[in-house]
Design a protein around this ligand. Structure first.
Ligand SMILES: Nc1ncnc2c1ncn2[C@@H]1O[C@H](COP(=O)(O)OP(=O)(O)OP(=O)(O)O)[C@@H](O)[C@H]1O
Ligand SMILES: [Mg+2]
Length: 740
């Protein structure tokens, strides 16, 4: 920077400058998206080091992700020449690990403690369940673990939980598992993720000298995305800044999206209470987005009651209108976006300028497929690519074995997935037998009785698996692809096992498995007489694309949750449908809808120049195809978005005739139709015609859209007001025809 001095106050507005110059005392910056909160933090750090002579090592900055931390460090590096690597910048977890590595011996742990991830925790919990001799079908490891996690978060000790629930057998047992789990963690010199923060807070509270050391060391503490901190994280930040009280927290209550994980907006209110001389600075100018984009975001978030109104403005140029596109079918969302991306690239945008944001991980699949077909390189942030996910690989492994029983690798993958009590010893004995007799693994299974090295218990653990597989192999020959895959998934009990876990992760897995059924459904729709073999071949090709692409120039696919704090020139927010976004689970409570709306606000405000929002009238997700309703958020956007003329006419035309014609145009996949499951009702031939109104026990009123002869029966396709499009057999469906 030869003589030319960088002015850290350059490129800041007055309020931002005030915030940077406010170097003594607690500071709360609450401001809308893109108003430069994170920029204030980086400039302030640079200013403190360069102008105020603060050592980089006296600075602690807590960010929400490791990626955000390294970006922040890079930005500071761009501003100044100092040794910024000495700053402490990272997530709550990474900072706590650093503190614990130094002093955890004071809590009776060894400094070389291990951090247990999810898999380790499960293994440990298994051990506890076994040791206490508990019925393991009643207590799922992950369910117990998430309960323990919430108890830890609320600082409830095992003993007091046991005492409080002494008369409730189940809760008491969970308390006992909790106690043993904690004892074992300690014995193994291990900490789980919750512990990292909890133990650090305990360490600081119980050891004055350590607390003082850090309080003296960190002259300045920063917390970005403050609205998403939970109670214990807040306590941690408060302890560390306790002496100098130079704490600067920045956030936006409209972007609080982790309520479900214990994040507490109350921390914003507490801040002003707990830090007496705190200053509050509000920023109102948005530098990120065009007015057209900002209008949409402001309009939507304005519908939340539980908020303080803000006035976010920008003086950027108007920009392009935000475009809303409604596709007929979910698979077209991917094609549409791929086409748009080609156009944008032609206009000069780079792949890395572009992001596709969705509500749930399972949605990434259709985009992955379209982008692969169109040779558009992409990456998935904060998640595995669809075909790399464990549950998807497991299901594919089953299909591979059913297609080719000699596939020894796949069979070993699934023989104990879901868990059937088949141990490693059993597997290796079967393998030995197979080798000895020159058979495949599956071949050895078929002569299970002859494997003398296996005891009766081991044989019993394997034989249900063999029975299931044999039945499935027979069914494969007579069933359609999608139906067969559904049948397979249900008969192996994979989803049941996940349901018992009842955790967020397990739910995601179930969603992905169901999403895999959608893949089969689409394959079947495109390829007549689709065979399992063809399907597996196509899936293998999709899951194995070579990676000769520039890793720095890729389209970004991610969930909105992981997009927090980031910005992109072009953003597609997809799947704006009731039940998807807002999510199904949120529909019942106003509070949850408000959190979904904040999530919507986060999504929209990631865009700088170009913003598209899309949805589909009909979506195949989790293995079902259903009619959808546009998200309420679209309605809320009002005229801030542009709806293509033709579509407008379509949406407005509510006439039954017209909607019928549209329904008739589709060739519908096989829905809710499983002849084997149904018994015929014997009440003669009912007359039914297209356009008739019917009433269904569960789905209410609907209109008949299609009538097809089917093995002496009539198959009706009915558009229900509530249930979407369903296929039913006239003779057995619980429907009543109420008029033409
Ligand atoms: N005074 C300014 N002049 C020019 N550009 C600015 C100014 N302040 C911020 N920006 C730019 O505006 C964009 C948004 O800033 P930043 O990411 O800091 O906002 P934020 O408030 O942290 O947003 P979010 O709430 O999404 O985290 C960045 O590209 C930043 O460089
Ligand atoms: Mg930010």
């Amino acid at each position: 920077m030869d003589g030319e001095r960088m002015d850290y106050l350059e490129g800041l507005n007055d309020r931002q400058r005030d915030a940077v110059l406010h170097t003594e005392g607690p500071l709360l910056i609450m401001a809308g998206a893109g108003s430069g909160k994170t920029r204030v933090v980086t400039h302030k750090i640079a200013y403190l080091i360069e102008e105020k002579g603060v050592y980089p090592s006296s600075i602690l900055a807590i960010t929400f992700t490791n990626k955000a931390a390294s970006e922040m460090k890079d930005r500071v590096k761009e501003l100044i020449d100092a040794d910024v690597d000495k700053m402490w910048m990272g997530t709550f977890h990474s900072i706590c690990v650093r503190i614990l590595r130094r002093d955890i011996d004071r809590l009776g742990y060894d400094r070389s403690f291990t951090i247990y991830d999810r898999d380790d925790q499960i293994t440990l919990m298994k051990e506890c369940i076994k040791e206490l001799n508990i019925d393991k079908t009643m207590y799922k490891e992950s369910a117990v673990l998430s309960k323990i996690s919430s108890l830890k978060d609320a600082s409830i000790e095992p003993d007091s939980y046991i005492n409080e629930n002494y008369s409730e057998f189940r809760e008491r047992t969970i308390g006992e598992l909790y106690a043993l789990y904690e004892k074992k963690l300690k014995k193994y010199n291990a900490l789980d993720f919750d512990d990292l923060i909890i133990k650090t807070v305990v360490l600081l509270k119980e050891n004055k000298d350590i607390l003082e050391f850090y309080q003296n060391k960190f002259k300045h503490v920063f917390v970005d995305e403050y609205q998403d901190t939970n109670k214990i994280q807040y306590e941690f930040a408060r302890l560390l800044s306790g002496k100098h009280e130079n704490i600067c927290v920045v956030g936006d209550s409209d972007q609080s999206i982790y309520g479900w994980r214990g994040a507490d907006i109350g921390n914003i209110l507490n801040f002003e209470k707990d830090f007496e001389n705190s200053t509050v600075i509000l920023l109102e100018q948005n530098y990120r987005s065009t007015p057209n984009i900002l209008n949409v975001a402001n309009k939507v978030i304005g519908n939340n009651f539980e908020r303080q109104a803000k006035n976010l403005w920008t003086n950027r140029e108007e920009g392009e209108k935000v475009v809303y596109e409604q596709l007929d079918y979910s698979e077209e969302e991917g094609h549409f976006i791929a086409n748009k991306i080609h156009q944008l690239i032609y206009k000069g945008y780079k792949l890395k300028d572009i992001a596709v944001l969705y509500r749930t991980n399972a949605q990434s699949r259709t985009f992955e497929e379209s982008f692969m077909k169109e040779e558009l390189p992409y990456k998935i942030v904060g998640g595995l690519r669809f075909y790399d996910r464990k549950e998807v690989k497991d299901v594919i492994a089953y299909l591979k074995v059913l297609q080719n029983p000699n596939d020894n690798i796949s069979i070993k993958r699934i023989i104990n997935t879901p868990r059937r009590g088949v141990g490693l010893a059993t597997i290796s004995k079967i393998e030995e037998y197979a080798i000895e007799h020159g058979e495949s693994f599956y071949g050895a299974l078929l002569s299970l009785d002859e494997i003398d090295s296996l005891n009766a218990r081991a044989k019993n653990s394997v034989s249900p698996f063999i029975d299931t597989m044999n039945v499935l192999m027979a069914k494969k020959e007579v069933m359609g692809l999608k139906d067969f895959i559904e049948e397979m998934i249900s008969s192996i009990g994979y989803i049941e096992e996940l349901k018992k876990e009842d955790t967020i992760e397990a739910r995601t897995r179930i969603e992905n498995i169901k999403e895999f059924i959608s893949v089969a459904l689409n394959f079947e729709n495109i390829n007549e007489d689709a065979t399992l073999e063809d399907f597996l071949a196509s899936v293998s090709l999709l899951s194995d694309v070579d990676k000769t692409v520039d890793e720095n120039n890729l389209i970004t696919l991610m969930t909105i949750h992981s997009a927090k704090g980031l910005e992109f020139k072009v953003v597609f927010v997809v799947g704006l449908e009731e039940g998807l976004f807002p999510s199904f689970r949120s529909l019942e409570s106003d509070e949850d809808i408000e959190e979904e709306r904040r999530l919507m606000y986060v999504a929209l405000t990631r865009a700088e120049e170009v913003l598209f929002i899309t949805n589909a009238k009909r979506r195949t997700i989790y293995g079902n195809t259903n009619y959808t309703l546009p998200s309420r958020f679209i309605e809320e956007m009002g005229d801030t978005i542009e709806k293509p003329e033709v579509k407008k006419a379509n949406i407005q035309s509510k006439s039954a005739d017209e909607s019928l014609i549209r329904i008739k145009d589709f060739t519908m996949p096989n829905l809710n139709y499983n002849p084997a499951m149904m018994k015929k009702r014997n009440d003669g031939d009912k007359e039914v015609n297209i356009g008739d109104k019917v009433k269904h026990k569960k789905w209410g009123i609907g209109t008949v859209a299609m009538v097809k002869e089917r093995e002496g029966d009539k198959e009706l396709t009915i558009a229900f007001d509530k249930g979407g499009l369903k296929r039913l057999l006239l003779s057995i469906a619980p429907i009543e025809i109420i008029g033409g």
